[in-house]
Design a protein. Sequence first.
Length: 87
Amino acid sequence: MKTATIPSICVEPAFMDEVARALAQNESLASFVETAVRREIQQRQAQAGLLQRGLAATRHNSAAPGIPAQVVIARLEAKLAAARQRK
């Protein structure tokens, strides 16, 4: 397989100094950048998957009948009244 190159970027000298200090012993800047890019890709793929699953769940649950708000409020008020009586 043919390899490709990640484009170089221009940064402030102070930032480049921070990067150099962050490198582990015997770690090259190229391996550091490659690792960082791979992690970011994995993070974005995970976020996209989470978003897709969340949207699918929302679509699935929106077809369900659900519980009317008045019923939920009545149940919560009953629990609150019972808790107050126990005190």
